[in-house]
Design a binder for this molecule. Sequence first.
Ligand code: 1HN
Length: 332
Amino acid sequence: MTTTSLTHDPAGFYDRLGPLHYEPLWRMRGALPLEPVTAMVPHLWRYDEVRPLIMEAGDLITAEEAERRVLALKNPGTATHEVARATDTLWAAIQLVLPGEVAPAHRHTPAALRFVIEGEGGYTTVNDERYDMRPGDLILTPNWSWHSHGHTGGAPMLWLDGLDLPLSHALHTVFAEFPPAEARRPAASPAGPARTHAFPFAEMRAALEARRDEPGDPYDDILIEYLHPETSGPVMPTISAAIQLLRPGVRTAAHRHTHSVVYHVAAGSGWSTIGGQRFEWTRGDTFAVPCWVPHRHANPTNGDALLFSFSDAPVLDALGLSRESAVDEEIH
Ligand code: 1HN
């Protein structure tokens, strides 16, 4: 051993490794960054931008032809060869179902949730149980559950779809099943009381209201996680969901964590800074907080602001990869 140079290579050693499928760790960059690195960037999708676009798609294609009439919210950092994603692990999209339409039954291993934005008379069936959808309701379609959508109301139904699809792709665990056409109509079972796959908005709103006078969390103000009724844990193994009230005048402290989050504005308006960038938001807007990016939220108005959110936190918890830290000042 005569040198410590990473390029000293009199015998052409390095040039011989590639074709033989070897790579020396000592010349690799980025194998062990000191902190998480992501190509994902903070981003906000405005409802007043996406709504006319998805309505235009309503003239182009039926829900049935499209399988799902869905516009993915694609993080600008998504690589060209990758499936669209809002964060490294989470898919977010806006879906439109028009009156009388049906989105046929199918199932897949990626788990999904829907948070209703507007419309009445739409429903989702989950394993043949029918769940009516009203604005602010959360509906779950877990891993491998059959699900379809229908709409007997008179105005367009729009909702936010959240899935663990990019994570499922990264793990190469995606399976899907599309039954023959005759078996794909939504089941006609009557709407029952909300069961394990639905969380009505009215209940969550009342629960937030009951906690209005508590001190609140420094990072989230008044936040309630949706809990699985049987496990009291996250709603699904790969996705947790929450709704939070930012009371009038609240400005939260900044923090960061290894889980990534998609936020959707359920009511009111305010702003968040994400990685030092300021995003003004109002009802219907959706924004992405990639892993380890500092963020804080504010409601400078006189009214309540409500943020729905979902994240990959249960995955990181299960794997021992959850980390969180306060951030004194964001870098501007
Ligand atoms: C899906 O099945 C739905 O069932 C929505 O409504 C969005 C995005 C990717 C893959 C499957 C739905 C989806 C999806």
